[in-house]
Design a protein around this ligand. Structure first.
Ligand SMILES: O=C(O)CCC(=O)C(=O)O
Length: 303
């Protein structure tokens, strides 16, 4: 565990701030109400256009050496640029407004789509297989590092669909589906009500774990680059997996339900990669519970 200690820089102490429902740090009362009513709120400005362009350039420089970060799992453990983004003050202020002052980062991935490619995301609700709850103490953010619009496969969300809890899903494994099991809602719903989550570089959306969403392939000549992160309150519990881990990002963890995760100091340090691979493999085991080994091997790279 020595390497964990070396890699671990504890989150700066932040005084316990206002809890949800009191004074918001970044979101307006209307934006908080929109999240509550719709299960999604966007666009929220996090980075200036120049900052977003710098982060994109850093990502693409790393990709030139290490390969495309297509669906890299938990990249905040291994890449300093993602660690910085995950600590961006405006991003965290908005998350704090929804989840409270004590924040753990539980998961994340780059969900990038290259120009003219077929990858899509089927209609689903995030919390179907994640094992964590309660949903009210979890929020996903999706931060754009490129322009994101219908043409390059932006996320589509059905506002208000988070109110009925988790609905039945079927596993429809598909090579082009970004989701590990190709999970997809079984019953009909009003797809026409879906809205496109259009974002400029540096803007993000926040969504609830029960909201119905999907995305189409990238039919454009522009790359779609998005960082998806899941924040939870420390009181959240993992029901489906032993020894799950998360990174303390803000405030305090008085519950210790998740093992601490180390922050990266340099990109792709061997120890960080080993740690990320270990937790990634155990997460995949949970996501693929009940799925035969052949399918696990074939679809294992997805999120
Ligand atoms: O990036 C996408 O297209 C879909 C993202 C998604 O499913 C999610 O953030 O939960």
């Amino acid at each position: 565990m020595e390497f964990l200690k070396r890699l671990f820089r504890s989150a700066p102490p932040v005084p316990t701030g206002p809890t949800r429902g009191n004074v918001a740090k970044l979101l307006s009362p209307e934006q908080v109400a929109r999240y509550d009513d719709d299960g999604v709120v966007f666009p929220i400005d996090v980075l200036t256009p120049d900052e977003a362009a710098d982060y994109r350039a850093r990502l693409e420089a790393l990709e030139a050496r290490h390969g495309k970060m297509k669906f890299a799992m938990k990249p905040y453990l291994t890449m300093t640029l993602v660690d910085e983004l995950a600590h961006a003050p405006r991003l965290l202020d908005a998350v704090e407004d929804l989840v409270g002052p004590n924040l753990l980062l539980w998961d994340g991935a780059f969900i990038n789509k290259e120009p003219q490619t077929r990858n899509f995301v089927s209609w689903h609700q995030d919390l179907t297989y994640w094992g964590v709850g309660p949903a009210e103490q979890i929020v996903s953010i999706w931060l754009a590092l490129s322009p994101v619009m219908a043409e390059n496969g932006c996320m589509k969300v059905v506002p208000g669909s988070h109110r009925d809890g988790i609905l039945p899903h079927a596993d429809r494994f598909h090579d082009d589906n970004v989701l590990s099991r190709g999970q997809e809602l079984v019953d009909d719903f009003d797809k026409d009500a879906a809205v496109d989550v259009v974002l400029k570089p540096g803007q993000m959306s926040l969504h609830h774990g029960h909201v119905i969403h999907s995305s189409n392939p990238n039919h454009s000549d522009q790359r779609r680059i998005g960082l998806n992160l899941q924040f939870i309150a420390p009181s959240v519990r993992q029901r489906e997996m032993k020894n799950d881990s998360a990174m303390l990002i803000r405030g305090r963890d008085d519950h210790q339900h998740f093992a601490p995760e180390p922050r990266p100091i340099i990109d792709f340090a061997m120890e960080s990669v080993a740690f990320a691979n270990d937790i990634g493999a155990r997460r995949q085991e949970m996501l693929f519970r009940g799925v035969d080994e052949q399918k696990q091997r074939r679809y294992g790279a997805a999120v």
